[in-house]
Design a protein around this ligand. Structure first.
Ligand SMILES: *Cc1c(COP(=O)(O)O)cnc(C)c1O
Length: 389
C-alpha cells in the first residue's frame, strides 16, 4: 500500500475488510440482472439480515449508511426542540448530529470505565422529564447492559435506539443486540466486521413506524411501501404522502452484503481467536489493563480489542507502536468536549477513559504472529515508559 512505503510496506493495519472473488462474482451477477438500484437483491439482503436478527422482514430496511438510520430513527420518534436525547460521551458523532438536526439536545452520560458501555445508573443520572430517547452503542461489539437498559427505558416511557453499528453478531441470551430497543442501526462501512462499501441496516420494532420508515427512505412516496393506489401501468403518478429522503442502499452493495453475511460466522470466530490470543499474550503485562470478560449469556462481535494504560503514556505508546509499524486507534469521543456539542458538564470517567484507552489491530487478515508482534511490542513499550511515571 502506497501510504506505507516509508515503513517498508508491511504496516500491521488497524482494520481491513475481507473481500474476494465471492463478492466480485455476486456483483457481476447484479450487473447481468439489468438493474442496479434498490430492487430484488436489496430485498433479499434485508430478508437474510432479518433472519440473522430473528425479526420479520418488514421491520428491516437496507440503507446507504448506519448514520442515515440514526437520523431517521430520531425523526420517526418525533424528536424535536425541547427534547433531550441521552447518549454516552464515548460514542460516534452520528448520534449528536442526528439529535441537533431535529432541534433536540444531546445529553451525554458516563460509561463503565472498563467496558466503556453505559450502565443503567449512568443513564438514569442524566434522565430528565424532557428525555425523549436513549441512544446507546455497543462498545467494540460488546453488548453492555442492554437488557436492563431496555427494561429501564420501557418503565420510564423513554424510547431506546441502539447504535449496533459494530455489533453485527452480538447477542444477549440469544437475542440480537439492536433488537432490544425500539430501533437499531448497523453499519457496513469499510471499517466494520462485514462491509458493503457504504451501507447500513435499520430495524424498527413498531410495524406502523416501520412502514413509515420505508416511505421516508424513498422520498416519502407511496410507491416505496404498500400504499400505492394507481394501477401498475400508471406508475408515474407521484403519491407524495410526506416529505422524504433518499437513503436506500442498492443491489450492488446488497450483493456484497449477502456474501459477507454468509461469511459472518467465520469472520467473527477468527476475531474471537485473535482476541483470545491477545488476552493470553498480554496477561500479566505490567501497566496494561485488558478488556473485561463477557458476562454470562453475552456474545460479542469482537469489533475492537482495547487496552488501558496510564493516561500519561497512552499517546507515547501509540507513537512507539506506529513507529514500529503497528497502527492503533481510539474509538470514540469524548463527544462532550467537542465544541459543536457544548457547552456541557464535565464527565471525568469518560475523559479519563478516552485518555487511557488504545485499540489494537483486530481483523481476520492478521496472523497469529502479527498479534504476538503487537503484544510483545506493547509490553516492551509500556515497561520502558513506566519508570517515567
Ligand atoms: C461506523 C459507525 C457508525 C457510522 O456508520 P456509517 O455506516 O458509516 O454511517 C456509527 N456508529 C458507530 C458506533 C460506528 O462504529
Amino acid at each position: 500500500m502506497a501510504e506505507n512505503t516509508a515503513k517498508g510496506g508491511d504496516m500491521i493495519d488497524f482494520s481491513r475488510p475481507v473481500l474476494g472473488d465471492p463478492e466480485l462474482n455476486a456483483v457481476a451477477e447484479v450487473f447481468s440482472s439489468g438493474t442496479v438500484g434498490y430492487r430484488g437483491q436489496s430485498r433479499r439482503f434485508e430478508e437474510q439480515f432479518a433472519r440473522h436478527l430473528g425479526v420479520p422482514h418488514e421491520h428491516v430496511i437496507f440503507l446507504n449508511s448506519a448514520t442515515s438510520g440514526t437520523f431517521l430513527a430520531l425523526e420517526l420518534l418525533g424528536a424535536a426542540e425541547g427534547d433531550e436525547i441521552v447518549m454516552p460521551s464515548l460514542s460516534f458523532v452520528a448520534g449528536p448530529n442526528a439529535t441537533l438536526s431535529r432541534g433536540a439536545r444531546p445529553v451525554f452520560c458516563e460509561v463503565d470505565p472498563h467496558s466503556l458501555n453505559p450502565t443503567v445508573r449512568d443513564v438514569e443520572r442524566v434522565v430528565t422529564p424532557r428525555t425523549k430517547a436513549v441512544l446507546v452503542l455497543h462498545y467494540g461489539g460488546y453488548p453492555g447492559d442492554i437488557a436492563d437498559l431496555a427494561d429501564f427505558c420501557a418503565r420510564r416511557g423513554i424510547a431506546l435506539v441502539e447504535d449496533a453499528a459494530c455489533a453485527v453478531a452480538s447477542t444477549v441470551g440469544g437475542q440480537a443486540v439492536g433488537t432490544f430497543g425500539d430501533m437499531g442501526v448497523w453499519s457496513f462501512d469499510t471499517m466494520k466486521i462485514m462491509v458493503t462499501g457504504d451501507g447500513g441496516m435499520l430495524y424498527v420494532r413498531d410495524p406502523e413506524l416501520a412502514r413509515r420508515a420505508r416511505r421516508l427512505v424513498y422520498h416519502g412516496l407511496a410507491q416505496a411501501c404498500d400504499g400505492f393506489s394507481a394501477p401498475a401501468w400508471q406508475n408515474w403518478t407521484f403519491e407524495q404522502w410526506e416529505i422524504g429522503y433518499r437513503l436506500v442502499g442498492n443491489d450492488l452493495t446488497a450483493a456484497i452484503g449477502s456474501v459477507q453475511l454468509d461469511r459472518l460466522p467465520g469472520l467473527v470466530s477468527r476475531r474471537a481467536e485473535l482476541v483470545r490470543l491477545y488476552d493470553s499474550e498480554l496477561s500479566g503485562a505490567d501497566g496494561v489493563r485488558l478488556p473485561p470478560p463477557l458476562p454470562e449469556g453475552h456474545r460479542s462481535s469482537y469489533y475492537l480489542y482495547w487496552v488501558q494504560v496510564d493516561r500519561a503514556i497512552r499517546d507515547e505508546v501509540a507513537r512507539a507502536l506506529y513507529t514500529a509499524g503497528i497502527q492503533t486507534n481510539f474509538r470514540y469521543g469524548p463527544l462532550h468536549t467537542v465544541p459543536a456539542y457544548g457547552p456541557v458538564p464535565r464527565l471525568p470517567v469518560s475523559e479519563r477513559a478516552a485518555e487511557e484507552t488504545l485499540c489494537l489491530p483486530l481483523h481476520p487478515g492478521l496472523t497469529d504472529d502479527d498479534v504476538r508482534t503487537v503484544a510483545g511490542r506493547l509490553r516492551k513499550t509500556v515497561l520502558s515508559l513506566l519508570p517515567s511515571l
